[in-house]
Design a protein around this ligand. Structure first.
Ligand code: HEM
Length: 429
């Protein structure tokens, strides 16, 4: 059995500095230079980046029992979310998944249209008056406000949650991409902002939970479903307040930036009405080119072989939906934005498209994300054509999620550009 090829890197830190400088660019150059399985070293951690659908299927599904989430990134996330769906491993994860998944069935979100409209329609009226908008900021604001309503039926001011969440996400990513974290030695001094952000969110979430427990009439939302959730076993079958808090923060963290950035990309790439298609297909294509979760990590529990290369016990495996979705062996003209790829019945590489992951950890919020995204796209296309203002660099930052680096300004023009333009509802293919 042979070692996979890979960059040599620094004698002590391996490729850590290159990864920190430009994570996505580094991984892209690794597969370009070394092929579809690359051995990487980040300080003491050995990782293999795998970039073929059959390898991904092997790790996340077929031989998934050999790969768990006892990874560095999951441990860092757990510092914020506790033992939750995003960070827990094996049995603890199974319990959370059993309790939380039923609250995210597609039918749970059948009535979500009016909830979104309540926030979206006043926003669109404002857009009309403003004439130009920063589409990234607008989507962040709309999606967090929608998430707060759908999860908790609350109208707490969105920025009270989005601002601390942003601090938490940035701090967590900083600790994931660092080999050693000096700030952990003196958290009070170095991490005061993070600690304060967590305290702010905790205060809001615990208040929501206690009020809901005491309420005579509980609204039909995710929190009510989680309060009633039962894992079918004896003893501590229901979620405690601490577990509910962990779940609530997990869902906010996992659901808001991911969805908002992806919808913003859908508007940017359809700028000027040049690409017309079904909003669901437009969103599918947006998350092909800009998958919000751009890298996934697992740990090999036992020695394994992928392709003809060894995967040592205890090492990490990295999968990047971003790279896989642009793999020229599997996608025709991968850089071209073409929603028609997703017309039903057309061939697509099996497991080569995985914006929501694969296997048992597949995104629990995928139906919710799709519903929110397609509803927003439909409503906006029915009313406006958005034009990207010229001269703006469209750069991304690959942190915990794939984000826009800077505001993206779009001009808001009423109606259609062409006879069959987006204002007719955006349903033409
Ligand atoms: C466009 C939007 C979204 C994208 C691209 C996305 C992507 C993903 C991906 C790739 C995973 C798998 C990670 C892995 O295998 O380690 C995942 C897991 C997860 N997602 Fe999403 N997500 C989105 C929206 C949401 C929303 C709206 C929620 C909830 C409100 C959510 C909650 C979660 C949770 C809790 C997990 C962990 C599932 C588990 O390990 O059992 N996501 N997501």
């Amino acid at each position: 059995m042979t070692r996979a090829p890979g960059p040599k890197g620094n004698a002590v830190w391996g490729s850590l500095a290159d990864f920190k400088a430009d994570s996505l660019g580094f991984l892209a150059s690794a597969v370009r230079d070394h092929g579809d399985i690359v051995r990487l070293r980040f300080g003491p951690v050995t990782a293999h980046l795998i970039n073929r659908p059959e390898y991904v299927d092997h790790v996340l599904s077929r031989n998934g029992a050999n790969y768990d989430k006892a990874t560095r990134s999951a441990r860092r996330i757990a510092a914020t979310t506790g033992d939750s769906l995003l960070s827990a491993n094996e049995r603890a994860w199974q319990r959370h998944r059993r309790l939380i998944q039923p609250a995210f069935q597609p039918r749970c979100f059948d009535g979500i249209g009016p909830v979104i409209d309540d926030l979206l329609l006043p926003m669109l009226a404002r857009w009309q008056r403003a004439g130009r908008v920063d589409i990234v900021a607008e989507m962040m604001q709309l999606v967090i406000a929608t998430a707060i309503r759908v999860l908790f039926s609350s109208d707490v001011a969105p920025e009270r949650i989005s601002q601390p969440l942003e601090i938490i996400l940035a701090d967590t990513w900083r600790r994931i991409e660092s080999a050693a974290d000096a700030s952990m030695l003196s958290p009070r001094f170095h991490r005061a902002e993070f600690t304060q952000a967590v305290a702010q969110i905790d205060a809001i979430v615990f208040d929501l939970i206690s009020k809901r427990r005491a309420a005579a009439h509980r609204p039909d939302d995710v929190l009510t479903r989680l309060l009633a959730a039962h894992d079918g076993t004896k003893g501590e079958a229901q979620l405690s307040d601490k577990e509910l808090r962990d779940a609530a923060i997990t869902l906010l963290l996992a659901g808001h930036e991911t969805t908002a950035n992806a919808v913003a990309w859908a508007f940017i790439r359809t700028s000027g009405g040049g690409v017309q298609s079904d909003p669901a297909l437009i969103f599918a294509e947006a998350i092909r080119l800009y998958p919000s979760i751009w890298v996934i990590e697992r740990r090999a529990k036992r020695h394994d072989t992928i392709g003809s290369f060894e995967i040592p016990r205890g090492s990490s495996v990295l999968i990047s939906p971003y790279l896989l979705h642009r793999h020229p062996d599997f996608w025709h003209e991968p850089e071209v934005f073409a929603p028609s790829r997703f017309v039903e019945g057309l061939p697509r590489p099996r497991d080569g498209y995985m914006p929501f992951g694969l296997g048992q950890h597949r995104c629990v919020g995928l139906h919710l994300a799709n519903r929110i995204a397609t509803h927003i796209l439909e409503r906006v296309f029915a009313r406006f054509t958005l034009h990207l203002l010229p001269g703006q660099p469209l750069e991304t930052i690959a942190g915990i999620t794939l984000r826009h680096k800077a505001p993206v300004w779009m001009q808001v023009a009423p109606g259609t550009l062409t006879e069959s333009g987006p204002a007719t509802g955006g349903n033409q293919r």
